[in-house]
Design a binder for this molecule. Sequence first.
Ligand SMILES: Cc1ncc(C[n+]2csc(CCOP(=O)(O)OP(=O)(O)O)c2C)c(N)n1
Ligand SMILES: [Mg+2]
Length: 288
Amino acid sequence: MEPKVFDAGDIDIAWCPGCGNFAILDALKQALAKLGTKPENLVIVSGIGQAAKIPHYLKCNVFHGLHGRTLPVATAIRATNPELTVIAEGGDGDMYAEGGNHFLHAVRRNPNITNIVHNNMVYGLTKGQASPTSQIGFRTPAQVDGVFLEPFNPVAVAVSLDASFVSRAFSGDIRQTSEILARAISHKGYALVDLLQPCTSFNRVQTHQWFKENTYYLDDSHNPGDRVEAFKRATEREKLPLGILYLHPDKPTFEENLGVYREDKDPLYRRKLRLEKLRALIESKRGL
Ligand SMILES: Cc1ncc(C[n+]2csc(CCOP(=O)(O)OP(=O)(O)O)c2C)c(N)n1
Ligand SMILES: [Mg+2]
């Protein structure tokens, strides 16, 4: 399958020239084409932000919802129709700040979805305030004395919660990023891709060059099945490791754990709503 299958057609793209989002869009199309995903079977759920505009630039089904609320929507879509490929995608603010609570519990629930987070360490859409992943000392018009909080570390948090798949990528390397994305999308269970990305307009510190100098790829000596080792790598600060940090592949997914699928595998969306059963249930609870 060719990546152009996912082209959205003649559409104005709102991103700034040089934005890492263009490379992420390319890498995602390549990964989806490699996996043979059909646009009609793909749903991208996004929130609010520059990153969250991505499903509008792709041919796929889209749910563009509230800021920070991608993960519960994506979890529900997948639970209702386990035949779909479901991606929850957005920025570091969308996913780790406004959606931070959902992030923690999506990891715990382990729905079979892919969570792609464009991490430019800044709020891009709202013109450059600090995000939870902004580095200490980062000055903005809102953080005039510079950020003094320890940055939120999504990969370490995901490993600590025993996530099923934890990875980090860099938009400057399209080939490696598309490989990581393909592995994440084909993984059964919740898969995090924390995708480092320069913001050319509002983050003049973490530039393309900064990411090149401050990252490195994990090699074969890293065993992603070793959780303690993965946590050590995830908490490295000198240089940020890229690649697959942690894997716990055989965890039951949220959908598999749901009672409604125990005996009947028919997707929920295909089943008839049994109003009389619901009415009887409500009646049985009256006066309790
Ligand atoms: C409930 C709510 N709070 C705040 C906002 C304002 N807001 C819109 S996007 C955004 C942050 C965007 O940053 P990020 O998710 O990192 O995306 P980027 O633009 O950097 O890709 C904020 C705070 C909002 N739309 N809704
Ligand atoms: Mg951002």
